[in-house]
Write a protein that binds this ligand. Structure first.
Ligand code: 5GP
Length: 181
């Protein structure tokens, strides 16, 4: 069964645009962490596509890890303040620089929770790299160091981003057509 051809009301970023922007971010990260022991942490599941593209462009001797944080439940486009980290950390971070890779920062609750989670361990530093930033929706102060694109208050899908666990596999990003809400 294929997904509907009109599942997006508008395409926001093509695969090519995402790849180009990711390369630019990777160049900055390569420069910023050239002397540091970096661990790049992918937040499951949404950031997987972005994370893979980013990692392919890093020239650093770095480690990669995965963590799962959930902030919204089931069939909804609303995020909630109560974030749970459901894949607990079992990798060594003492003295290391941590770069959290996110698909999207919306209210900021998920990133804030992850940020605190790592800060409370004995890592050397924590920064956030997000593909998308819905800055106008922020409820807590979170300022990602690396941002792919800023977007408005729209619910987007594709390139790892889901609606009710579907459409993650679409290789570009667009606005979910309201008729499928
Ligand atoms: P926050 O805690 O910043 O409000 O929410 C972050 C999480 O909410 C993201 O990691 C993502 O899973 C989900 N989210 C927020 N906005 C969108 C969106 O426009 N599309 C999708 N698919 N997920 C979103």
């Amino acid at each position: 069964m294929n997904y509907p051809v009109d599942i997006m009301s508008e395409v926001l970023f093509t695969e090519e645009q995402i790849a180009k922007r990711t390369k630019e971010l990777a160049q900055r990260i390569n420069e910023d962490y050239k002397d540091s022991p970096l661990t790049v942490v992918c937040t499951l599941k949404g950031a997987v596509f972005f994370f893979t593209e980013l990692m392919k462009n890093l020239k650093l001797d770095c480690r990669l890890e995965f963590i799962k944080a959930s902030s919204y439940i089931g069939n909804t486009t609303m995020t909630l303040g109560n974030v749970t980290i459901s894949r607990s950390m079992n990798f060594e971070i003492q003295g290391r620089d941590i770069l959290i890779v996110e698909d999207i920062v919306d209210t900021g609750h998920t990133c804030a929770k992850l940020f605190d989670y790592f800060k409370n361990q004995k890592c050397h530093s924590v920064q956030i790299c997000t593909l998308l930033d819905k800055k106008s929706r922020r409820q807590v102060e979170i300022n990602p160091k690396y941002i792919g694109f800023e977007i408005g208050n729209q619910f987007v899908i594709g390139y790892g981003l889901d609606y009710n666990e579907a459409y993650r596999n679409i290789p570009y990003i667009g606005i979910l057509n309201e008729k499928y809400l």
